[in-house]
Design a protein around this ligand. Structure first.
Ligand SMILES: [Cu+2]
Length: 142
């Protein structure tokens, strides 16, 4: 009797570990987008931290037809990065280099709703580009 009880406890414990693990994994996979709110002057301001090889946050939400000001802050010590968003069909084009350790502010007004991919195309010699190493993000315009 006591032995059966012990086995039941072990099964219950395993189920709990499994559930907690699943919930933790789901939370990690689905990162909440960063919704940019407008300041009193109507400008939607946000800061994106650029590192090798990432943008943080890497999913931003802004409103169409209203000005946006993004401060691109590099936290690298040597590696230069850039911020490219090119969608000719939507009349949307941003190209900004950001030197190591520097901050640059870009201003634009998103022309229309849509989800736009931005990325860094820097690369060293024959190595993979930063984009290929994961330096990519999404600007969701609503
Ligand atoms: Cu880069």
């Amino acid at each position: 009797m006591r032995r059966v009880h012990f086995i039941d406890l072990r099964i219950a414990f395993s189920v709990v570990v499994l559930l907690v693990g699943t919930v933790t994994m789901a939370a990690g996979a689905e990162v909440e987008p960063f919704v940019v709110s407008a300041d009193a002057d109507g400008v939607q301001r946000a800061t994106i931290t650029m590192d090798s090889y990432s943008y943080t946050p890497n999913h931003l939400v802004v409103q169409a037809g209203k000005p946006v000001e993004l401060t691109l802050t590099s936290v690298t010590t040597l590696t230069p990065h850039n911020f490219l968003l090119n969608d000719p069909a939507a009349g949307f084009k941003l190209e900004q280099d950001v030197r190591a350790g520097k901050s640059v502010t870009v201003r634009f007004t998103p022309p229309q709703a849509g989800t736009f991919t931005f990325y860094c195309d820097k690369k060293l010699l024959f190595f993979a580009s930063h984009r290929e190493k994961g330096m990519e993000g999404r600007l969701e315009v609503r």
